[in-house]
Design a binder for this molecule. Structure first.
Ligand code: 13P
Length: 246
């Protein structure tokens, strides 16, 4: 059986005081039966590493450069994230695809850069509302995933995939457990065709996951955890989702 995994994506939220309160609330609620991580803004990685060191709560970043190093002003490399003890790096979040024009190829290159440093990419895929209404949701997700599968080659099995339908992110509209399960099983089939051993791979759901709906989503056969946005900013909500995953 796959162990469940719940990761918080803080997005561009936080402050020294808010982070300290949130992390102490999470730490106080241990132990968790599932794996738990928080993906935080770059400037807070140092303090988060200090706060979580010695615990089983992992941390990570929300993006990284596809380049190893060099004249890329404003970018942060996977090697730097590794020095801060990151275990995970989110790549290809729909907000980066949308606001920063990240292509499937760039996302795949980022995932490769993350793996090359021994970190685990959490690769986000998901369709927009328009694509779902046009009946191209599956083709969209398949295309996004294909680029990463192609780039990672024999290391495909080491990534975590997050299915995040764009229409469910930050909207309060959640995919039904059946809608999410349907896409997750298609994703697993594609991963299985590529690796031959996708049974062990984790596929997270993200998009308005809250304490109230986490249980029914996480009960689905191919939903192995959650990538949590808004509800990851309140310790009580995040902890409740972790408990639902346990
Ligand atoms: P919300 O949980 O706020 O919908 O965000 C989901 C998300 O984008 C996680 O990466």
């Amino acid at each position: 059986m796959r162990k469940k995994f719940v990761a918080g994506n803080w997005k561009m939220h936080g402050s020294h005081s808010a982070n300290a309160e949130l992390l102490s609330g999470i730490l106080a609620a241990r132990p968790f039966a599932c794996d738990v991580a928080v993906c935080v803004p770059f400037p807070y990685l140092g303090e988060v590493a200090v706060a979580l060191a010695g615990s089983d709560v992992r941390w990570g970043a929300q993006d990284c450069s596809a380049h190893e190093k060099g004249a890329y002003t404003g970018e942060v490399s996977a090697a730097m994230l590794s020095e801060f003890g990151c275990r995970y790096v989110i790549v290809g979040h729909s907000e980066r695809r949308h606001y920063h024009g990240e292509s499937d190829q760039l996302v795949a290159d980022k995932a490769k850069a993350v793996l090359a440093r021994g970190l685990t990419p959490i690769v986000c895929v998901g369709e927009t509302l328009g694509q779902r209404e046009q009946g191209t949701a599956h083709a969209t997700v398949k295309r996004q995933l294909s680029a990463v599968i192609h780039a990672l080659g024999h290391c495909v099995g080491e990534m975590v995939v997050a299915y995040e339908p764009v229409w469910a992110i930050g909207t309060g509209v959640t995919a039904t457990p059946e809608q999410a399960q349907e896409m997750h099983s298609l994703i697993r089939a594609q991963l299985h065709a590529a690796t031959g051993h996708a049974d062990a791979m984790k596929i997270l759901y993200g998009g308005s996951m809250k304490p109230e709906n986490a249980g029914s989503l996480l009960a689905q056969q191919d939903i192995d955890g959650g990538l949590i946005g808004g509800a990851a900013l309140k310790a009580a909500d995040f902890v409740a989702i972790c408990r639902a995953a346990g």
